[in-house]
Design a protein around this ligand. Structure first.
Ligand code: BGC
Length: 668
């Protein structure tokens, strides 16, 4: 019979404890190997990661944001064995036994529990990049250590009878075999190749021998392997390596795509990658470079058919890492473009807002994607076992500057927001500034991921039981207009099921919310035309399509809130530059709804900015605070640091005419 550990016996005599009952009845019963381990199962929530999220929620000054973070905190994320010391536990986090023991306590009676575990320490790891170079060299000695000091102890622990009641889903070595397909001409990958093959074979063998462990090989993403010229050799390589194991193809349960990447699950406004627009296939666009696979639903279906052709069974399951591929927020398109130009059509329609599909490091604008779930609603051809969160949101992909460390991590310029990368067709990386080393907590990115989540995160606690998209308010008209404010009214939404309020947009910028059918936009510039739209929303944050726009022009001259000082500096290279701006409120009253404008003289353009909402019309650039956020108001004497990456054509003089809400600022 199951022996109750002494510690638990003592507890049962002291208080009424329900946990040991759960443990006794089911937790330790051996889990048979099933086809889809996620079916009917819950997934393990990493308490260490959840504590980082709670820390962020505690520091968030916006209560609505904090509530959303607390909803994210309850989501399952993978545990990364990213170096040998991660097995026992190190300064970066608790060890494997801590997680397995916690998983036992999380397991509810009658519901299997899947622990997502990442096997990530191959000799010569990350051969085509630098940010996650590992600890083991691509040598015979490195491989020997991989086997005896890394895989063997992990396998030994997973095989303990104590853990036989858990389901362990192992993500096998992100990026490794895919690198051998596309980057084999790179010297480091050439050297690493035999060790990747042998290391993956060894991991598959050892882990497959444990009945409750499931092997999912990392299969990159659609923007990496989607082209047939990459996809077919990849499926062949996966089969080739699997065939070298003792169990052959049966050592593989499935494949996981989009690990730690931000490629969308679906491109809702580009549903047909074969579409031909005015005689030009949309896949020939600069963005898709002839790739048929626009998203992970395309890629999983494509790959599955190739795997089956290679001899893998039809039951082979697919996982998609959806932790950061949501692409919501104000920049998300809401309809298919009407342009007849293929590039404009694609660029205006795609929800993936990256500069290039190869950009992988902390991409600006990304959001949390679908929540982890088993057998999600998806086309049958994709054979999805589950959506999983392999990359824990909030953990960096790599440092944006060179940071000394003893983790074998190096400075990869793909993580540097000022870098124009030849790997990205000479475009800026689009990486977030201020990033710490890979795997380290990156709070400002986490805030963005939560803000840009799609589906939106319901901070209210219980997920909505309906899928209401409230109808658009019928009529919107401007009311009173003064020199710096516009009063708007509209006919309330007729969809009275679940409408709790309205979001008001000034152009594309969220200007505020209202629970009634009126709103006054303040802090505007005198004698300026503005356009407003309104969206109805329900308690879960679902929003309607935008109402018709109304335009209103403010009157007279500005009555600005007070003085301002601006310091501008820029780093310029070839045709790009990074600008940093410090805006100080030199008045004695708070500067609310501030609106900074300035003018470029040499045709410069703003590409991507931070710590403000940026827009540009002709030579005039405008920056405002993020509505409802910490930077919307500047206290007397306070300074806000903001900046942007820009492009220029050779001459890059500093802009002029800095003013806030129409009042000129002094330059410092
Ligand atoms: C890093 C790991 C980290 C993982 C999850 C990888 O890029 O190299 O150290 O554990 O991301 O955040």
């Amino acid at each position: 019979m199951f022996r109750i550990p002494k510690r638990l016996l003592a507890a049962t005599t002291a208080v009424v404890v329900t946990l040991p009952l759960t443990l006794m009845s089911t937790a330790n019963a051996a889990e048979p190997h099933v086809d889809n381990p996620y079916a009917g199962a819950a997934q393990y929530v990493n308490p260490t990661w959840a504590a980082s999220v709670e820390g962020a929620a505690t520091r968030a000054s916006d209560p609505a944001l904090a509530a959303k973070m607390r909803a994210v905190k309850t989501q399952p994320t993978a545990v990364w064995m990213d170096r040998i010391s991660a097995i026992a536990g190190n300064a970066a986090g608790n060890g494997l036994r801590f997680h397995l023991d916690n998983a036992l306590t999380q397991k509810q009676s009658g519901t299997p529990l899947v622990v997502n575990l990442v096997i990530y320490d191959l000799p010569g790891r990350d051969c085509y990049a630098l940010a996650s170079n590992g600890e083991l060299p691509a040598t015979a000695a490195g491989l020997a250590r991989y086997k005896t000091e890394y895989i063997d102890p992990i396998a030994a622990m997973l095989a303990e009878p104590k853990y036989q009641g858990l389901r362990i889903a192992a993500t096998i070595e992100p990026d490794s075999l895919p690198n051998l397909i596309t980057n084999i001409s790179h010297p480091e990958c050439q050297v690493a190749a035999p060790f990747y093959r042998e290391g993956v074979k060894y991991a598959l063998d050892k882990l497959h021998a444990i009945p409750n462990v499931y092997n999912y090989i990392d299969a990159a993403h659609s923007g990496w392997l989607g082209w047939d010229s990459n996809a077919a050799p990849a499926a062949k390589l996966f089969a080739e390596v699997a065939r070298t194991t003792q169990a052959g193809l049966a050592s593989v349960d499935g494949f996981v795509t989009n690990t730690a990447n931000t490629t969308p699950l679906a491109e809702p406004y580009l549903p047909n990658s074969s579409l031909v627009l005015n005689g030009t296939p949309i896949r020939s666009s600069t963005y898709y470079e002839w790739n048929f696979d626009f998203d992970e639903l395309d890629w999983t279906a494509h790959l599955h058919s190739l795997l089956v052709a290679e001899g893998f069974p039809a039951s082979t399951g697919m996982l998609v890492d959806t932790s950061r591929n949501g692409w919501g927020g104000a920049a998300r398109p809401t309809a298919t473009s009407t342009s007849t130009n293929v590039n404009t059509y694609v660029d205006e329609s795609r929800v993936d807002r990256r500069n290039h599909r190869g950009a992988w490091c902390n991409p600006l604008g990304a959001g949390i994607g679908e929540r982890p779930q088993s057998t999600p609603a998806a086309p049958a051809a994709s054979h999805l076992d589950a959506f999983v969160w392999i990359k824990p949101p909030g953990e960096s992909d790599g440092a944006s500057t060179d940071i000394a460390n003893d983790e074998g991590k190096r400075f990869d310029r793909m993580c540097d927001p000022t870098f124009v990368s030849p790997k990205l067709g000479n475009r800026l990386t689009g990486a977030s500034p201020g990033a710490p080393l890979s795997g380290h907590w990156f709070e400002s990115q986490f805030v963005e991921l939560v803000r840009n989540a799609f589906p939106v995160i319901n901070g209210g606690g219980n997920p909505p039981t309906d899928t209401i998209a409230p109808s658009v308010p019928a009529a919107l008209q401007a009311g009173a207009i003064t020199n710096t404010s516009v009063a708007l009214t509209w006919t309330p939404s007729t969809d009275n099921v679940g409408v709790t309020g309205y979001d008001i947009y000034r152009g594309t910028t969220l200007a505020g919310s209202s629970s009634t059918a009126s709103f006054t936009a303040t802090g505007l510039t005198a004698s300026t035309a503005y356009s407003f739209t309104v969206r109805a929303k329900d308690a879960a944050g679902n929003v309607s399509a935008a109402s018709a726009a109304v335009s209103a022009t403010t009157t007279g001259t500005s009555n600005p809130p007070g003085g301002c000082k601006v310091t501008y500096s820029a780093n310029s290279w070839n045709t790009g530059f990074t600008a940093s701006i410090k805006l100080t409120n030199t008045s004695t009253t708070p500067l609310t709804n501030w609106r900074l404008t300035f003018a470029f003289a040499n045709g410069q353009t703003v590409q991507q900015g931070w710590n403000a909402v940026w827009s540009q019309a002709g030579s005039t650039v405008t920056a405002t605070g993020n509505a409802g956020s910490w930077n919307e108001t500047l206290a007397p004497g306070a300074t806000l640091d903001m900046g942007f990456n820009g492009a220029h054509t050779g001459t890059n003089n500093a802009p002029t005419a800095f003013s806030v809400s129409g009042q000129p600022c002094t330059l410092g």
